[in-house]
Design a protein around this ligand. Structure first.
Ligand code: HEC
Length: 238
């Protein structure tokens, strides 16, 4: 990578490449952090793959339900409107108003945290960040692994710690859910939650991929007449 970066610096591409490498690292390119195992040896934690599927409306709807009930008390999602959830996730607005609007009574409002982040910073030692773009910042797999990596640690103020974010200030808010469900069921619920968070980060992601596919297909088909035309134009030029 370094050699490539150097040789391309002259073309002004170096900065872009270095940036890409940096983002890949931040997004979990180096795994999901490190932890010390029972023998005292430091090990890398591999990220688990989040089951992202925007065509699965059931999963997105369940994710929205979990997010609004378990996360929106502390975290805001300031770029997401409740009305957009109703529209994109195909949930009737009456149901959104009844079950998913926990912090406001106006469906056009953005998702605000129920409790002021400043007050929370004093309680927890760190303010809960806005989560609208969290999966873009950290990567889907990082967020998924993080949510699955809480463990009991009596030395922490809330009795829980996290393998991905050491000495995290966030309590293990899904603890009861984890106790009540089997390991697979819990992973599937967290998968739905991260699927919804990925949708919040970029609602048009699925459309972009579909459109991108057809654009490339169109360009490939266009290549045929362009190639033939090129042959035709140059055939008499020696
Ligand atoms: C009781 C308040 C509270 C609740 C409820 C809560 N969080 Fe947090 N969360 C926090 C705090 C405080 C932090 C900051 C942790 C730190 O920096 O150590 C945090 C951090 C995070 C981070 C890491 C951000 C980063 O990039 O460093 C993610 C991701 C996250 N929360 C997701 C969630 C999700 C998803 C839910 C719902 C299942 C949730 N949180 C519920 C308080 C909360």
């Amino acid at each position: 990578m370094n050699i490539l970066t150097k040789s391309l610096t002259g073309l002004g591409l170096g900065a872009a490449l270095t940036l890409t490498a940096g983002t890949a690292l931040a997004a979990g390119g180096s795994g999901c952090g490190t932890f010390v195992n029972a023998d005292g040896v430091e090990e890398h934690l591999a990220c688990s793959t989040a089951p992202i599927d925007f065509t699965n409306k059931g999963s997105l709807q369940n994710g929205a339900k979990i997010f609004m009930n378990y996360c929106a008390g502390c975290h805001s999602a300031q770029y997401v409107r409740h009305s957009r959830i109703a529209e994109d996730l195909e949930i009737p607005p009456e149901l959104v108003e009844k079950y998913l609007m926990v912090t406001t009574d106006q469906i056009g409002d953005h998702i605000n945290a129920e409790i002021d982040p400043e007050v929370q910073a004093a309680w927890f030692g760190a303010p809960p960040p806005d989560l609208s773009l969290e999966t873009r910042l950290r990567g889907d797999d990082w967020v998924y692994t993080y949510l699955l990596s809480f463990y009991e640690d009596p030395s922490r103020p809330w009795g829980a710690n996290n393998l991905v974010l050491h000495n995290v200030a966030m309590p293990h808010v899904l603890h009861n859910m984890q106790e009540e469900l089997s390991a697979e069921e819990f992973e599937s619920e967290v998968g739905d939650l991260v699927n919804f968070m990925a949708w919040m980060g970029e609602p048009a992601r699925h459309d972009r991929q579909v459109i991108g596919f057809f654009v490339i297909l169109f360009l490939l088909v266009l290549l045929i007449p362009v190639y033939l035309l090129n042959k035709e134009f140059w055939k008499d030029v020696k």
